[in-house]
Design a protein around this ligand. Structure first.
Ligand SMILES: Nc1ncnc2c1ncn2[C@@H]1O[C@H](COP(=O)(O)OP(=O)(O)OP(=O)(O)O)[C@@H](O)[C@H]1O
Ligand SMILES: [Mg+2]
Length: 330
């Protein structure tokens, strides 16, 4: 059949039988842009989450997710929860949140895999560990899952990011079909060992961010209580909506106000506005706390570095919200 790229109008003659049914996006070989594939199928299309059988698949394809997964609450009812911490704007507290949320969940006795999809690779630094590889090496099979995933703390494992992710981006870019499922395909066979997979994302919007949105079911979006960040939030919501057209399982579950400075009145006003619109999706804010910015230099989480600080208290509260267990840490 002939499909036309909506960007450059180049026509492609494709054999639709060779395209796995779960693949939703294609890359135009003319202009290099991705576009949705609209192929009539004879059979009902399974969940788009079911990873494609593509050449670089390091593991057997897993079972498909339920067609319409409601937002999970506990492991007992839903299996592993996949939470992406994401906002295109930089410096809003994504990595601080990913690391401390993951560490807090681990302290609460949950088994947690923290996945770093940022070329800055700051999660390893913040946890004071030096893995020999991570996500890229897992996908390319240079390392086995046991080698790529390192235990950083009791109950807490890390699949590191770092500079090598630039190579993973190129690998994703070169795939004509199903590139957006690369991370899902690598992580899904591993996730059964964990109660939570927490994925940190880089600022901006790149093939890895899109991959994360094709893997996680729940999004946590840190919003720094300043004007620019709130504008960035609006833009981010539009991008999410564009992914949800192809993958309805992904939903914005938590909005996490960060850098709350009680002395700044405007921050409180923004918070009220967000709460009016998003109700109980809005988490108790993370206050501005200098201890949070000091802890990484010591390779420690906030619970290790300053357990009595406001930062530790606020991230404990976040763990209670995410787990739905109000009595944790009491
Ligand atoms: N609540 C807070 N109070 C004070 N400092 C904070 C707080 N949260 C994060 N920081 C500091 O702010 C800086 C940016 O935080 P972080 O790296 O978590 O943001 P990010 O969104 O991951 O950034 P990027 O988009 O570059 O990945 C870091 O130096 C961090 O230590
Ligand atoms: Mg970061």
């Amino acid at each position: 059949m002939i499909i036309t790229c909506p960007h450059c109008k180049k026509q492609h003659n494709i054999d639709e039988k060779r395209i796995p049914p779960n693949v939703r996006m294609a890359r135009c070989q003319g202009c290099g842009q991705q576009f949705p594939l609209d192929i009539p199928r004879e059979e009902p299309v399974p969940s788009p989450f079911q990873p494609a059988t593509i050449k670089t698949a390091p593991h057997p394809a897993p079972a498909p997710a339920p067609d319409s997964a409601p937002a999970p609450t506990t492991r007992a009812s839903q299996g592993t929860r996949r939470i992406g911490v994401s906002l295109s704007k930089g410096g809003v507290g994504k990595t601080t949140t990913s690391v401390n949320l993951a560490a807090g969940l681990a302290l609460a006795g949950k088994r947690v895999l923290l996945v770093d999809t940022d070329t800055q690779g700051q999660s390893s630094f913040m946890l004071g560990v030096k893995p020999k590889g991570g996500l890229t090496e897992l996908v390319t099979e240079e390392l086995s899952p046991k080698e790529a995933i390192i235990q950083a703390r009791k109950n807490l494992w890390l699949l590191a990011g770092g500079k090598s992710l630039a190579g993973l981006k190129r690998l994703i870019d070169r795939k004509d079909y199903g590139g957006e499922l690369t991370i899902a395909q690598a992580l899904t066979p591993l996730e059964k060992d964990y109660d939570y997979v927490v994925v940190d994302t880089s600022p901006g919007w790149d093939p890895l961010t899109v991959n994360v949105l094709f893997y996680v079911n729940e999004l946590m979006t840190p919003v720094s209580l300043e004007v620019m960040s709130i504008q960035g939030f609006g833009e981010f919501l539009k991008s999410i909506a564009s992914i949800q057209k192809f993958r309805k399982e992904v939903s914005l579950r938590y909005i996490l106000p960060t850098f709350r400075d009680m002395r700044v009145k405007r921050g409180g006003e923004f918070l009220e506005e967000i709460e009016k619109i998003y109700g109980d999706k809005v988490c108790t804010p993370i206050r501005y706390n200098v201890r949070l910015s000091e802890a990484p230099a010591y390779g420690q989480t906030i619970f290790e570095f300053a357990p009595g600080s406001n930062g530790a208290q606020d991230y404990r509260e976040l763990v209670r919200k995410v787990t739905g267990e109000p009595n944790l840490f009491t």
